[in-house]
Ligand binder design. Sequence first.
Ligand SMILES: CC(C)(COP(=O)(O)OP(=O)(O)OC[C@H]1O[C@@H](n2cnc3c(N)ncnc32)[C@H](O)[C@@H]1OP(=O)(O)O)[C@@H](O)C(=O)NCCC(=O)NCCS
Length: 247
Amino acid sequence: MALQFPTRAERPGRLPHAASLRERVWPEFMYHDPVLERLFDRVIGEDAEFHFYVWDDEREEVVGAGHAVPAWWDGDAASLPDGGIDAVVEARFAEGAPDPTVLCALQIVIAPECRAKGLSSRMIQRMAEIGRDHGLDTLIAPVRPNLKHRYPLTPMERYIRWRRPDGTHLDPWLRTHERLGAEIVKVAPQSTRVPGPVGEWEEWTEMTFPETGAYVVPGALVPVEIDRERDEGLYVEPNVWMVHPAG
Ligand SMILES: CC(C)(COP(=O)(O)OP(=O)(O)OC[C@H]1O[C@@H](n2cnc3c(N)ncnc32)[C@H](O)[C@@H]1OP(=O)(O)O)[C@@H](O)C(=O)NCCC(=O)NCCS
Protein backbone atom coordinates (compact mmCIF):
# COMPACT_ATOMS: atom_id res chain seq x y z
CA MET A 1 0.00 0.00 0.00
CA ALA A 2 1.39 3.42 -0.93
CA LEU A 3 -0.10 5.64 1.75
CA GLN A 4 -0.10 9.37 2.39
CA PHE A 5 -1.42 11.18 5.45
CA PRO A 6 -2.59 14.63 4.30
CA THR A 7 -4.53 16.93 6.60
CA ARG A 8 -8.01 18.07 5.69
CA ALA A 9 -6.61 21.58 5.26
CA GLU A 10 -4.06 20.28 2.74
CA ARG A 11 -6.65 18.25 0.82
CA PRO A 12 -9.96 20.11 1.29
CA GLY A 13 -13.26 19.11 -0.28
CA ARG A 14 -14.90 15.74 -0.43
CA LEU A 15 -12.36 13.05 -1.20
CA PRO A 16 -13.56 9.61 -2.36
CA HIS A 17 -13.82 7.24 0.61
CA ALA A 18 -13.53 3.43 0.66
CA ALA A 19 -17.01 1.84 0.57
CA SER A 20 -16.40 0.22 3.98
CA LEU A 21 -15.75 3.66 5.51
CA ARG A 22 -18.96 5.11 4.11
CA GLU A 23 -20.93 2.65 6.20
CA ARG A 24 -21.44 3.15 9.92
CA VAL A 25 -18.24 2.33 11.80
CA TRP A 26 -19.71 2.60 15.31
CA PRO A 27 -22.80 1.08 16.93
CA GLU A 28 -25.81 3.26 16.04
CA PHE A 29 -26.21 4.71 19.57
CA MET A 30 -22.72 6.25 19.36
CA TYR A 31 -24.05 8.66 16.73
CA HIS A 32 -26.54 10.13 19.23
CA ASP A 33 -24.23 11.86 21.71
CA PRO A 34 -25.87 15.32 21.94
CA VAL A 35 -22.54 17.14 22.39
CA LEU A 36 -21.09 15.64 19.23
CA GLU A 37 -24.38 15.98 17.33
CA ARG A 38 -24.25 19.71 18.13
CA LEU A 39 -20.55 20.40 17.66
CA PHE A 40 -18.88 17.77 15.46
CA ASP A 41 -19.46 19.74 12.24
CA ARG A 42 -17.60 22.65 13.85
CA VAL A 43 -14.81 20.32 15.01
CA ILE A 44 -14.32 19.20 11.42
CA GLY A 45 -15.02 22.54 9.74
CA GLU A 46 -13.14 24.96 11.96
CA ASP A 47 -10.08 22.87 12.82
CA ALA A 48 -9.39 21.29 9.41
CA GLU A 49 -5.62 21.29 9.95
CA PHE A 50 -6.00 18.88 12.89
CA HIS A 51 -7.80 16.17 10.91
CA PHE A 52 -6.05 13.89 8.52
CA TYR A 53 -6.82 11.17 6.02
CA VAL A 54 -5.06 7.99 5.08
CA TRP A 55 -4.95 8.29 1.32
CA ASP A 56 -4.20 5.12 -0.65
CA ASP A 57 -2.46 6.12 -3.87
CA GLU A 58 -3.20 2.82 -5.58
CA ARG A 59 -6.90 2.71 -4.74
CA GLU A 60 -7.18 6.49 -5.08
CA GLU A 61 -9.42 6.72 -2.05
CA VAL A 62 -9.41 7.41 1.67
CA VAL A 63 -8.93 4.25 3.77
CA GLY A 64 -8.66 5.84 7.22
CA ALA A 65 -9.07 9.06 9.15
CA GLY A 66 -7.80 10.67 12.34
CA HIS A 67 -9.58 13.44 14.22
CA ALA A 68 -8.18 15.63 16.99
CA VAL A 69 -8.84 19.02 18.61
CA PRO A 70 -6.52 21.49 20.27
CA ALA A 71 -7.16 21.62 24.02
CA TRP A 72 -5.93 23.35 27.14
CA TRP A 73 -4.15 21.20 29.73
CA ASP A 74 -1.74 22.27 32.46
CA GLY A 75 -0.08 18.86 32.81
CA ASP A 76 -1.86 18.06 36.08
CA ALA A 77 -3.73 14.73 36.11
CA ALA A 78 -6.52 16.34 38.12
CA SER A 79 -7.31 18.77 35.30
CA LEU A 80 -8.00 16.10 32.71
CA PRO A 81 -11.81 16.25 32.64
CA ASP A 82 -14.00 13.34 33.78
CA GLY A 83 -16.11 14.27 30.77
CA GLY A 84 -13.41 13.09 28.33
CA ILE A 85 -14.40 13.58 24.70
CA ASP A 86 -17.62 15.51 25.40
CA ALA A 87 -15.81 17.89 27.76
CA VAL A 88 -12.89 18.54 25.43
CA VAL A 89 -15.17 19.28 22.47
CA GLU A 90 -17.39 21.58 24.54
CA ALA A 91 -14.34 23.39 25.95
CA ARG A 92 -12.97 23.97 22.43
CA PHE A 93 -15.96 26.14 21.55
CA ALA A 94 -16.66 27.68 24.97
CA GLU A 95 -16.64 31.48 25.38
CA GLY A 96 -13.28 32.72 26.61
CA ALA A 97 -11.60 29.31 26.35
CA PRO A 98 -7.89 29.52 27.22
CA ASP A 99 -5.33 29.10 24.43
CA PRO A 100 -4.70 25.44 23.61
CA THR A 101 -1.54 23.84 24.99
CA VAL A 102 -1.94 20.24 23.77
CA LEU A 103 -3.58 18.25 21.01
CA CYS A 104 -6.37 15.89 22.10
CA ALA A 105 -7.16 12.79 20.02
CA LEU A 106 -10.84 12.20 19.34
CA GLN A 107 -10.91 9.21 17.03
CA ILE A 108 -8.90 7.06 14.65
CA VAL A 109 -10.76 4.89 12.17
CA ILE A 110 -9.36 2.46 9.61
CA ALA A 111 -11.28 0.72 6.81
CA PRO A 112 -11.84 -2.87 8.00
CA GLU A 113 -9.90 -4.36 5.06
CA CYS A 114 -6.84 -2.29 6.05
CA ARG A 115 -6.83 -3.24 9.74
CA ALA A 116 -4.40 -5.56 11.53
CA LYS A 117 -1.45 -4.35 9.41
CA GLY A 118 0.09 -2.00 11.93
CA LEU A 119 -1.42 1.12 10.37
CA SER A 120 -2.84 2.45 13.62
CA SER A 121 0.60 3.18 15.14
CA ARG A 122 1.54 5.24 12.11
CA MET A 123 -1.70 7.16 12.49
CA ILE A 124 -1.10 7.97 16.16
CA GLN A 125 2.41 9.14 15.24
CA ARG A 126 1.01 11.28 12.42
CA MET A 127 -1.50 12.82 14.82
CA ALA A 128 1.25 13.71 17.29
CA GLU A 129 3.32 15.19 14.45
CA ILE A 130 0.42 17.41 13.35
CA GLY A 131 0.18 18.72 16.91
CA ARG A 132 3.90 19.50 17.00
CA ASP A 133 3.64 21.28 13.64
CA HIS A 134 1.24 23.67 15.43
CA GLY A 135 3.27 24.09 18.61
CA LEU A 136 1.18 21.55 20.55
CA ASP A 137 3.95 19.22 21.70
CA THR A 138 1.93 16.76 23.75
CA LEU A 139 -0.79 14.43 22.47
CA ILE A 140 -3.42 13.47 25.02
CA ALA A 141 -6.14 10.90 24.32
CA PRO A 142 -9.39 9.76 25.94
CA VAL A 143 -8.86 6.24 24.62
CA ARG A 144 -11.81 3.94 23.83
CA PRO A 145 -10.34 0.47 24.49
CA ASN A 146 -11.41 -1.56 21.49
CA LEU A 147 -12.10 -4.88 23.21
CA LYS A 148 -13.83 -3.48 26.30
CA HIS A 149 -17.24 -4.12 24.71
CA ARG A 150 -16.61 -7.83 25.25
CA TYR A 151 -16.30 -7.23 29.01
CA PRO A 152 -19.14 -4.78 29.70
CA LEU A 153 -19.58 -5.88 33.33
CA THR A 154 -15.98 -5.24 34.33
CA PRO A 155 -15.30 -1.75 35.75
CA MET A 156 -12.89 0.18 33.52
CA GLU A 157 -10.55 0.70 36.50
CA ARG A 158 -10.02 -3.07 36.63
CA TYR A 159 -10.01 -3.65 32.87
CA ILE A 160 -7.07 -1.28 32.33
CA ARG A 161 -4.99 -3.40 34.71
CA TRP A 162 -5.44 -6.60 32.69
CA ARG A 163 -2.15 -7.58 31.08
CA ARG A 164 -0.92 -10.50 29.00
CA PRO A 165 1.86 -12.82 30.19
CA ASP A 166 4.40 -10.66 28.32
CA GLY A 167 3.35 -7.67 30.43
CA THR A 168 1.56 -5.75 27.65
CA HIS A 169 -2.07 -4.66 27.89
CA LEU A 170 -4.73 -7.22 27.11
CA ASP A 171 -6.58 -4.52 25.20
CA PRO A 172 -5.06 -3.96 21.73
CA TRP A 173 -5.76 -0.24 21.55
CA LEU A 174 -4.35 0.49 25.02
CA ARG A 175 -1.38 -1.68 24.05
CA THR A 176 -0.78 0.26 20.84
CA HIS A 177 -0.78 3.61 22.65
CA GLU A 178 1.48 2.28 25.41
CA ARG A 179 3.95 0.85 22.90
CA LEU A 180 4.34 4.38 21.52
CA GLY A 181 5.27 5.62 24.98
CA ALA A 182 1.86 6.79 26.23
CA GLU A 183 0.92 6.34 29.88
CA ILE A 184 -2.46 5.84 31.45
CA VAL A 185 -3.28 8.74 33.74
CA LYS A 186 -6.79 7.89 34.88
CA VAL A 187 -10.26 6.84 33.76
CA ALA A 188 -12.55 9.45 32.18
CA PRO A 189 -15.80 8.05 33.64
CA GLN A 190 -18.23 10.08 31.49
CA SER A 191 -16.48 10.53 28.16
CA THR A 192 -19.56 10.00 26.00
CA ARG A 193 -23.08 10.47 27.35
CA VAL A 194 -26.06 9.30 25.32
CA PRO A 195 -29.53 9.93 26.82
CA GLY A 196 -32.67 9.12 24.85
CA PRO A 197 -36.27 7.92 25.10
CA VAL A 198 -36.61 4.14 25.57
CA GLY A 199 -38.22 3.78 22.12
CA GLU A 200 -35.19 5.34 20.46
CA TRP A 201 -32.84 3.14 22.44
CA GLU A 202 -34.86 0.13 21.25
CA GLU A 203 -34.45 1.28 17.64
CA TRP A 204 -30.71 2.02 17.94
CA THR A 205 -29.97 -1.34 19.54
CA GLU A 206 -32.64 -3.50 17.83
CA MET A 207 -33.48 -4.80 21.30
CA THR A 208 -36.56 -4.62 23.54
CA PHE A 209 -36.27 -3.30 27.08
CA PRO A 210 -39.39 -4.55 28.90
CA GLU A 211 -38.36 -3.46 32.41
CA THR A 212 -36.40 -0.80 34.19
CA GLY A 213 -32.83 -1.97 34.73
CA ALA A 214 -29.33 -2.29 33.30
CA TYR A 215 -28.88 -4.01 29.93
CA VAL A 216 -25.82 -5.35 28.12
CA VAL A 217 -25.94 -3.93 24.60
CA PRO A 218 -23.71 -4.98 21.67
CA GLY A 219 -20.86 -2.52 21.15
CA ALA A 220 -21.37 -0.72 24.48
CA LEU A 221 -18.44 -0.67 26.93
CA VAL A 222 -20.73 -0.68 29.98
CA PRO A 223 -24.43 -1.55 30.44
CA VAL A 224 -27.13 0.89 29.35
CA GLU A 225 -29.49 2.03 32.12
CA ILE A 226 -33.16 1.90 31.13
CA ASP A 227 -35.82 3.69 33.19
CA ARG A 228 -39.27 2.79 31.84
CA GLU A 229 -41.10 5.03 34.33
CA ARG A 230 -39.20 8.13 33.19
CA ASP A 231 -39.03 6.85 29.61
CA GLU A 232 -35.30 7.33 29.49
CA GLY A 233 -32.30 5.26 28.52
CA LEU A 234 -28.84 6.48 29.46
CA TYR A 235 -25.43 5.31 28.34
CA VAL A 236 -22.40 6.82 30.03
CA GLU A 237 -19.22 5.57 28.39
CA PRO A 238 -15.94 5.57 30.30
CA ASN A 239 -12.72 6.10 28.36
CA VAL A 240 -9.11 6.11 29.51
CA TRP A 241 -6.95 9.23 29.65
CA MET A 242 -3.55 8.52 28.17
CA VAL A 243 -0.74 11.00 27.65
CA HIS A 244 1.96 10.62 25.01
CA PRO A 245 5.49 11.83 25.64
CA ALA A 246 6.13 15.40 24.51
CA GLY A 247 7.84 15.51 21.13
C1 LIG B 1 -8.68 0.27 16.55
C2 LIG B 1 -8.06 0.35 15.16
C3 LIG B 1 -7.77 1.82 14.84
C4 LIG B 1 -6.77 -0.47 15.21
O1 LIG B 1 -6.15 -0.37 13.97
P1 LIG B 1 -5.35 -1.59 13.26
O2 LIG B 1 -4.57 -1.02 12.14
O3 LIG B 1 -6.30 -2.70 12.99
O4 LIG B 1 -4.40 -2.06 14.42
P2 LIG B 1 -2.93 -2.57 14.25
O5 LIG B 1 -2.80 -3.49 13.07
O6 LIG B 1 -2.01 -1.39 14.30
O7 LIG B 1 -2.83 -3.43 15.54
C5 LIG B 1 -2.68 -2.86 16.81
C6 LIG B 1 -2.73 -3.98 17.82
O8 LIG B 1 -4.08 -4.40 17.98
C7 LIG B 1 -4.23 -5.80 17.71
N1 LIG B 1 -5.58 -5.92 17.19
C8 LIG B 1 -6.15 -5.10 16.28
N2 LIG B 1 -7.45 -5.42 16.17
C9 LIG B 1 -7.69 -6.43 17.02
C10 LIG B 1 -8.85 -7.19 17.36
N3 LIG B 1 -10.04 -6.96 16.81
N4 LIG B 1 -8.75 -8.17 18.27
C11 LIG B 1 -7.56 -8.42 18.85
N5 LIG B 1 -6.44 -7.72 18.59
C12 LIG B 1 -6.51 -6.74 17.68
C13 LIG B 1 -3.07 -6.14 16.83
O9 LIG B 1 -2.69 -7.47 16.93
C14 LIG B 1 -1.97 -5.20 17.40
O10 LIG B 1 -1.42 -5.69 18.59
P3 LIG B 1 0.06 -6.30 18.59
O11 LIG B 1 0.89 -5.38 17.76
O12 LIG B 1 0.43 -6.30 20.02
O13 LIG B 1 -0.11 -7.65 17.99
C15 LIG B 1 -8.98 -0.25 14.08
O14 LIG B 1 -9.28 -1.58 14.42
C16 LIG B 1 -10.30 0.50 13.88
O15 LIG B 1 -10.39 1.41 13.07
N6 LIG B 1 -11.36 0.11 14.66
C17 LIG B 1 -12.66 0.79 14.62
C18 LIG B 1 -12.60 2.14 15.26
C19 LIG B 1 -11.95 2.14 16.62
O16 LIG B 1 -12.24 1.31 17.48
N7 LIG B 1 -11.04 3.10 16.86
C20 LIG B 1 -10.34 3.22 18.13
C21 LIG B 1 -11.06 4.09 19.07
S1 LIG B 1 -11.14 5.77 18.51
